[in-house]
Design a protein around this ligand. Sequence first.
Ligand code: NAP
Length: 252
Amino acid sequence: MTEEKRIALVTGANQGIGLQIVKELAAQGLTVFLGSRDLSKGKAAVEGLAGDVYPIQLDVTDQTSINAAAAQIEHEVGRLDILVNNAAISRAGGMPNETMHDYIERSRASLIPVDEVRAVWETNVFGLIAVTQAFVPLLRRSDAGRIVNMSSGLGSLMVNSAPHPHRATFNPGYGASKTAVNAITLAFAIDLEADGIKVNAVTPGFTKTALNNYEGSETVEQGAAEAVRVALLGPEGATGTFTQSPGEPFPW
Ligand code: NAP
């Protein structure tokens, strides 16, 4: 690793959109830490990837794991230029092969177990805050710190307050957790503006990944595009935005 190259960390990057973001940042010549809660999955994901990519164990719900990852990156490269908060779950307990239809029906506001809401928010909201706080000191050492939060159009209060065909997907678990991600993005953007650290939220679109039982319509390349664009924003770039590809504002 060389210290002159920009250094990025992508959480939850052993599969899906996160893995694609890693590939694209590495292709742009960055040094990329590929975060994975299961290090063996991270190592497997790195195999065969081109560029400067290193697996790192990082479970966003485990403060010890977060602290260890921050200490490892500090020890190995001394700073962080780009943090992509990508890790998320749509439902608790895995539930492989559950169709979107079944998920939407059982996750309605009147039905979703509070424990499931807590589990989803633990990863998507509190995990994101904990990871960001742990890496702010390393981002402050960058002359161009960037934080990208993977949000979702499903979290948009503006979109979901008007009738539309997929409105039932907005629930207190995943949907509302992404509304919270938007609010937290703004809070960090305000706090870190004086440090020159740009903090933005993006929505990837409905992307074919494990998160939605591979029922999405977009490719991971399409899903990663806006996060990569915002991760590489120059000094003229905005902070405190919520956008979709290609750089279009998305309603909060
Ligand atoms: P995915 O393929 O299911 O990937 C999610 C990743 O997060 C996996 O690597 C998963 O690890 C990881 N993860 C889950 N819990 C974690 C934890 N506690 N600590 C660390 N990593 C954890 O889903 P995706 O579609 O690529 O999602 C990427 C991001 O895009 C998420 O923020 C998601 O909300 C957002 N998004 C996706 C869509 C879509 O249509 N796919 C739409 C809007 C927003 P494991 O492999 O170990 O489970």
